[in-house]
Design a protein around this ligand. Structure first.
Ligand SMILES: Nc1ncnc2c1ncn2[C@@H]1O[C@H](COP(=O)(O)OP(=O)(O)O)[C@@H](O)[C@H]1O
Ligand SMILES: [Mg+2]
Length: 341
């Protein structure tokens, strides 16, 4: 018999899932779908599961760990005190308590959640990425004299396509400055402007610490977007189910990749995973241009883990069903050696 583990599932208090989702619509369950899937699956696997919702009080975490002495903390925390940047500090605290937890370590998380920091490291190691320029908040916005247009303007630290719409793709210096200002004012973060890569949108899941497993290459297709609309994963494309239907947005195993491309992708994602010091599990976003050039867009440690999301779907495609995936992530937690990579 498999060992019954005591598991604290650490999440934001807004997303504590109900015991049952019977009768709720997809829209109603969407906010806490991942939390629900993980908690209910762990329970079905026979573990002793304690969901713990937190928002800005970390003494709650300490108390829960001291009281229930969990074997593993299953980390689903996306922000602390309203900031994604604080999650690595919470994990640092777990490290100091010698508490095993799932997913990425604080070093990797801190690096990968910052697109500017990530790209500076990867550029040094000559990983191919779109050319980029960072505009720190609070400094005047001077566009670089020579920059590839069209470009795309993003926040350096937001995720999940937050702040990304079709207006993020800019074709003139004026529009570029306008959109950088938008990121500074509306998202209140630094902005990063990247060369726009016209190409196939690919996602690749990776699991492990040192020995890595790359999941099958997944692709987002934009089947019915109006002509001229940039083929990008905007906030609407990513999160609005009605719009997804209307615009023919589907994600599936990438079909007919040119010879050798899959190999290149797998090598790239594993190399990037190691260069950034990631552990646990992550999803890499890439673009493949028609000329065969492959570009890394970003690395997402602790990606969305709901049963229907790309990460779980791509695991499913190689026979790793959802409970197997959760079991593997749990197992990795106990194997992680917390010394810096
Ligand atoms: N340089 C780029 N060229 C083309 N499309 C891009 C580029 N950067 C981002 N995108 C599009 O915007 C989406 C979100 O950007 P990404 O860097 O992955 O940020 P997020 O952290 O919000 O997921 C990507 O999935 C892609 O569709
Ligand atoms: Mg992304």
């Amino acid at each position: 018999m498999k060992k019954r583990l005591r598991v604290i599932v650490l999440m934001h208090s807004d997303f504590l899932p109900p015991a049952s989702i019977e009768g709720l619509s997809e829209k109603e369950t969407a906010p806490f779908q991942t939390e629900y899937d993980v908690v209910s699956t762990l329970r079905k696997m026979g573990h002793d599961v304690h969901p713990l919702g937190v928002s800005d009080d970390f003494i709650v975490i300490r108390q829960a760990i001291i009281e229930s002495r969990p074997d593993v903390v299953f980390n689903l925390l996306e922000e602390f005190r309203g900031l994604g940047e604080y999650v690595p500090f919470v994990l640092g605290y777990l490290e100091l308590m010698r508490q095993p937890y799932t997913g990425c370590n604080p070093y990797g998380l801190l690096i990968a959640r910052n697109k500017a920091l990530t790209k500076n490291i990867l550029r040094y190691h000559r990983v191919r990425m779109p050319d980029f320029h960072v505009f720190p908040r609070g400094q005047s916005i001077k566009p670089p004299r020579r920059f590839h247009l069209p470009a795309i303007v993003k926040s350096t630290t937001e995720q999940g396509s937050v702040g990304i719409s079709q207006a993020s793709v800019v074709a003139s210096a004026d529009k570029l400055v306008e959109r950088v200002q938008f990121v500074h004012d509306q998202l209140q973060t630094d902005a990063i402007v990247e060369e726009y890569i016209d190409g196939r949108e690919l996602y690749v899941g990776v699991l492990g610490h040192r020995r890595l497993l790359a999941l099958p290459v997944w692709e987002m297709l934009f089947q019915d977007l109006p002509d001229g609309a940039p083929r990008i994963a905007t906030e609407r494309v990513k999160w609005n189910a009605d719009y997804q239907k209307q615009a023919g947005i589907v994600t599936q195993a990438a079909a007919e990749l040119p010879d050798g491309v899959e190999r290149r992708i797998v090598n790239t994602v594993k190399r990037v995973y190691r260069l950034l010091g990631l552990s646990g599990y992550a999803r890499m976003d890439l673009r493949l241009r028609a000329d065969g050039q492959l570009f890394l867009l970003e690395a997402n440690p602790n990606p969305q883990l709901s049963a229907g999301e790309d990460f779980a779907e791509s695991a499913n495609a190689v026979g790793l069903e959802y409970p197997d995936l959760i079991a593997r992530i749990l197992h990795l937690a106990s194997r992680y050696n917390s010394r810096p990579p």
